[in-house]
Every structure is written in C-alpha cells, then in structure tokens.
Design a protein around this ligand. Sequence first.
Ligand code: ATR
Length: 280
Amino acid sequence: MINQTLKAGVIGWPISHSLSPYLHRFWLKEHSVHGEYLPVAVNAEKLEEFLKGLADNGWRGINITLPHKQAAMEFVDDLDPTARRIGAINTIIVKRDGSLKGTNTDGYGFLKNLQGFQSEWEAVDGPVVVLGAGGAARAVLMALIESGSSEIRLVNRNQTKAEDLVAEFNGPIEVYDWSDRSAILSEARLLVNTTSLGMTGQAPLKINLKKLPLRAVVNDIVYIPLETELLKNARRRGNRTVDGLGMLLHQARVGFSAWFGVDPEVSSSLRTHVLNVMKT
Ligand code: ATR
C-alpha cells in the first residue's frame, strides 16, 4: 500500500484543452509525490456513474470543468457553504470513508491571484465593476462579497441574468444596463472582466476606459491571450493590471493539497511552464 500511486484528475466534455494536467504534474514532480493526474473525458450521461465510482476506482479526488460544474453538485455527499452559495463545484475530495466532498475554489483563485499581483488592493477600498453574469462571475462575486466589498456594479448583456443573480446572492450588488458599462467606471477601484469577450476566437470586448480612475486595478479572467486588449489598453493608460492565468493556477492549489498532502506554491517557474504549454 505504501507504494500506491495517488490518483487525481480532471473531468469535462471535451477535456483535451485542459491545462490542469500540466500544472498538477509540475507540482507532483516538484514535490516528488508518487501520484498521477489524469484528464478524463466524461459526458453528461456518464457523469453520475463516474462520480459514484470515484472511491472504488481509487481516486483521491478530481477537478470538474465544463459542462459539469453545476450537475456534479447533485452527486456529492457534502457541499461546502461556498460551493453551495456559488451554485457550482470545481473540486471533489474523496474522504476516507469513500464519501464525496464538493467545493468551489474559483473565487479563492480569483482573490489570491488579485492579491498576489496587487497586494495593496482591498475589497473595502471602493466600488468594483464586474462584467458578466455567467459561471465565472458567480465565483468572483461571491469572493468579493465575502471579502467585504461595499459596492459592486454588475453589467451583463442579458440583464435579467444579472438581476436573477442579485436576487440569489445576498450582497451590495447593483445591476446596470450593458450599454452603461463605460459610464459606470467612474470612481471604481477594480474592474473585472468575467465574460468570454476578448478571448482568442471570441468577439472583442468594447469598453471605453476614459472614466476609470488611474488608481483602479483591471483584472481580466480571460488568459488566452495572456494580455487581452482590455489589459493592454488599461496598462497603456497607466492602470495596474492582473491577468487571468493566476486564477487558474491558484484555484488548483486546494485540490492538490487535499489529494496529495502538500500545499504547493504558485511560483514563477510554474507560470512559465504553463505559458510554454499554452504556446505549443
Ligand atoms: P463562464 O462559466 O466562463 O462564466 P458563461 O456562463 O457561458 O461562461 O458566461 C459567459 C459570459 O460572457 C456571460 O456573462 C455572457 O453574457 P450573457 O449572459 O448575456 O450571455 C458573456 N458574453 C458572451 N458573449 C458575449 C457577447 N458577445 N457580448 C456580451 N457578453 C457576452
């Protein structure tokens, strides 16, 4: 039993694009852990069967990516409060008794990344503008609320979706019309893009930063390309910027530490390694 390989992985449909295997394998090697991290393509029909078999099949746990982050919640025995509030899970930990614990570490990854790049930023400093109301926005909003934001301005193309989110989350969120996204930047301390706009292959994000104070931080959670047009424009006018890759790296730490018993570091060598993989 001592030499047993510890097994974790990531499931999604499709799964071939996932960067998670590269970053977890980097940490496994760095810490000489006798473990493996496998990408597994699991479709919606097979999700329940796969999750119910995790313990019997020797998994320590898994990450969950699109499109299963919401559906997987149904098949875990224990949901932590953050995951319940966000309404999605991205990590499952198989407990000693074989039961499954579901958690969501995306909000944690978002905050750690932001604070890693801009240690002086604090949620209580002033208004935050969040673009988007999809899955990623839910985690970002929850992290902002939990860390004490007093004013969150939320804009989404589909305004009803943003209003539904406000009704569901208990927080200081005000919804604005998508066409107001440039106007509501005045006095903001942080701007976060959680939409897919600006990602390679997607439509550009059109926003005028003129009203954004120069002391505001701009964070794009899109990381392909690493420096999006939003970040480039923000940097050129003098705002501090935070790219989205670190959110992916930081969210992975929680699972790694639970499955393999080592709390790994998000180092510059890890970043370089993943960036090199992205280039290939
Ligand atoms: P994720 O889980 O990555 O957040 P998602 O749930 O599909 O993905 O959310 C994508 C976000 O990008 C949504 O806020 C979406 O806006 P809608 O809710 O109005 O669809 C936003 N988005 C995608 N394409 C867009 C576009 N062309 N214009 C404006 N917003 C867009």
